[in-house]
Design a binder for this molecule. Sequence first.
Ligand SMILES: [Zn+2]
Length: 283
Amino acid sequence: MEKEEEAGPVLPKIDISRIPPERLPPRGTVFDDLPADASTPPSIPQEEAPVAVSATVADAKKPSLEDRLAAVADPEKAAPAKGRKRATRERKSKIVSDDDDDDTPKKKKAPAKKKSTPRKKAELVPAALPDDLPADINFSVGDSVLVNTGIIVHDRLKYHTVNHMFPVGYKYRCKFTCVKHPKEKHMYTSEIFECGDLPLFRVTCECDPSQSWTTTSASSSWSQVLKTLNALIANPRQTCSIQGTRYFGLTEPDVRKKLEALPGANKLANYVRDADREAPDES
Ligand SMILES: [Zn+2]
């Protein structure tokens, strides 16, 4: 099961999730300059970029969907049981520690986890929303709604990446397959909370607010939704990856404009404003 590392030829590991989207080749690009035995897939859709788990090993035995989902949600879970049961107040709510944000510009691979390891998962409880949270704006973005922009946190590095800002109190609603009515798409709320050095990302099914998923990355939280859905649906979606920032609305240009206009946005150490990004090469 965990032989993945030893199974196939060892190819250099490239963590695609660390590459800014604009640096990735356009979809469908064929790398015909690779050696014939390089079995790297010819193209990698950006949606899957955050979870390029198995893209590096050629003929490794495919882990089960469940395993892959678990690995996405919490890389530690892939390791034998480590007593990760959480006592939470909300009945079905899940709290998963995952330091691995999909867009964090970290150079190193997974072994990281040093700073945050001592942190007890039970401590991943959202702090109360700030008193000076701006009023809800309920700004429509297609079928989705930016409810609240939240407040930019510029004194702690985890509250933004090169590509995204994670303002505290941020709230966005969008439709997705409902965990209560799996044949329909209903509204989910995605929220960002403060928890010391780490932002927390909570996704709640509006049809069943007892179902919520709280982790330390947008993609982990949404992966938990997918995992729950896959357990419900007869023919689960074959994909186990989800671009959490997208379902948080953080990739929406109109949302990004609003966030970039917030006080403190220009103090973020690593964030690159959209206007300063290289335009994707069309050729
Ligand atoms: Zn529903």
